[in-house]
Design a protein around this ligand. Structure first.
Ligand code: ADP
Length: 464
């Protein structure tokens, strides 16, 4: 059974881990999908700005005209390749501030609610004519960043689109007093990039509902699992306790029953009739065993009562007198001489209202246990304090109770797990019943103990 429970716990934990991994994988996928959807949506809005803004268009005209002019100079050898690039950089620098301001205005006009940085990065400039292809600039080979718009770091840059400006250019230039026709085909490639401020937060916000829901479901699953395993363990503990109880009671019943069988057999024997003394003795044995059986049954029936089933008949008793009588009677009933019982009375109150019958049972249960679970020399200290509540503490020098068992000794049918106690008869009902009796008096009972170092039970009963 224990093996089965352990297996079940391991299987549940493995299942839970597998479920967490799948859940994590699904959440990660959803995150990626949401991120892609958000970026695509932003990309679409951004593309519209670039296509339909007249202000940005006229700024583009400025740098493009300037650029074409320098390229024409290059074609007639007035300018070099680096002049083209430097000139481009210069004109971009001169309009960049205005470009950025206009771009931000367009973002507001298009109701885009997030902070966006945008730029065009020049990737390639290629000139074609009837003779050759002339690559003026290739970003892949020369990583010079010529950028129109906001500066964005490489790791934050999100691609918007690649644009290609293609134009057939024809013009005439006067070189050394001669008119020269300039003809070329231009391919100008740019990469549009953006950076959305706090996009991770935005995507996370969009996923918040899903995250919270899965967290909730997950907590419920863990909670249910925990609850099921806990109930399973409790059920197992109760089943064990019941089995122990059945074994204990069977063991307790066996001895008197065997004696009764023997006694009946003896009485049936014809020879015994001639020995009246032996008949008397056998009848006494039957009576004793009968009483023992009766006591055992009463113990099971009565000692199983809960505190709210106990009907108290309270009366005023003199504390010192009442407890002294119990202790004296107890000493008389103990069948050993190696016992010392010290008593100490403290406090100002003389009397208390309690049910004498039940309280006596409770105190005797504790005192009898002090003898049952003792070593060779028994020493019991009783301290009775009546200052605030009536506190009766009974300390013994016996085998003690482990920390784990202390939590359970007041449970019905519970017997501690020490090896030593298997030789001691008991049903595990005494402390349960004692606790119920004290509870019925609105009091409480505490235990302090250490394995092998004796035990102290303190019964507290309030005065009113
Ligand atoms: P029982 O004595 O019939 O087993 P109790 O309910 O009286 O049942 O006690 C419950 C368990 O608590 C005992 O089985 C024993 O293990 C432990 N116990 C009780 N009193 C003492 C004590 N004075 N010293 C050590 N162990 C004790």
């Amino acid at each position: 059974m224990k093996k089965k429970i352990n297996l079940l716990i391991i299987a549940s934990i493995v299942g839970l881990i597998a479920l967490s991994i799948i859940q994590g994988y699904l959440i990660n996928n959803t995150y990626k999908l949401k991120k892609d959807a958000f970026i695509t949506e932003t990309r679409r809005s951004i593309s519209q700005i670039d296509d339909f803004s007249p202000a940005l268009d006229s700024l583009s005209d400025i740098w493009q005209d300037n650029f074409l002019n320098t390229v024409s100079d290059y074609k007639v050898n007035i300018a070099t390749r680096s002049d083209i690039l430097d000139g481009l950089q210069l004109v971009i620098d001169s309009i960049n501030e205005t470009y950025r301001t206009e771009y931000q205005k367009e973002l507001v006009k298009n109701n885009i609610p997030y902070g966006i940085k945008f730029h065009k990065k020049i990737k390639a400039i290629i000139l074609l004519d009837s003779i050759k292809n002339d690559t003026v600039f290739d970003f892949a080979k020369t990583p010079k960043r010529i950028i129109l718009g906001d500066p964005i770091s490489e790791e934050n840059a999100i691609g918007v689109s690649t644009t290609l400006w293609q134009t057939d250019h024809t013009s005439t230039k006067v070189v050394n007093g001669e008119n020269k026709d300039i003809l070329f085909y231009l391919m100008f490639q740019t990469q549009d990039e953006m950076d959305i401020a706090g996009w991770k937060k935005i995507v996370f916000k969009r996923m918040l509902g899903l995250l919270l829901l899965s967290l909730l479901i997950f907590s419920i699953v863990i909670g249910l699992l925990y609850y099921s395993i806990k109930s399973l363990i409790t059920q197992k503990r109760i089943a064990d306790i019941k089995t122990d109880f059945v074994n204990n009671i069977t063991h307790e019943l066996k001895t008197p029953l065997a004696t009764l069988t023997l006694a009946t057999k003896m009485l049936k024997n014809e020879d015994i009739k001639t020995q009246p003394q032996l008949v008397d003795n056998t009848i006494n044995t039957i009576e004793r065993q009968n009483k023992r059986l009766q006591k055992l049954i009463d113990q099971v029936l009565n000692n199983s009562l809960g505190y709210n089933e106990i009907r108290l008949h309270k009366e005023s008793v003199n504390i010192e007198q009442y407890i002294n009588t119990i202790l004296d009677d107890f000493l008389l009933s103990v069948k050993t001489e190696n016992i010392t019982l010290n008593r100490k009375f403290l406090g100002s109150k003389n009397s208390i209202n309690l049910d004498k019958f039940y309280t006596t049972t409770a105190l005797l249960n504790i005192l009898e246990n002090a003898v049952k679970y003792a070593g060779d020399d028994i020493s019991i200290d009783c301290n009775i304090d009546s200052q605030t509540d009536l506190q009766i503490s009974i300390k013994d020098n016996g085998i003690g109770i482990s920390d784990k068992d202390q939590k359970q000794v007041f449970d019905k049918f519970y017997r501690a797990g020490n090896k030593e106690i298997h030789d001691v008869k008991g049903l595990g009902l005494g402390l349960y019943y004692t606790n119920q009796i004290i509870k019925a008096h609105n009091g409480h009972i505490d235990v302090k103990s250490k394995n092998g170092k004796g035990t102290t039970f303190t019964l507290t009963i309030p005065f009113n």
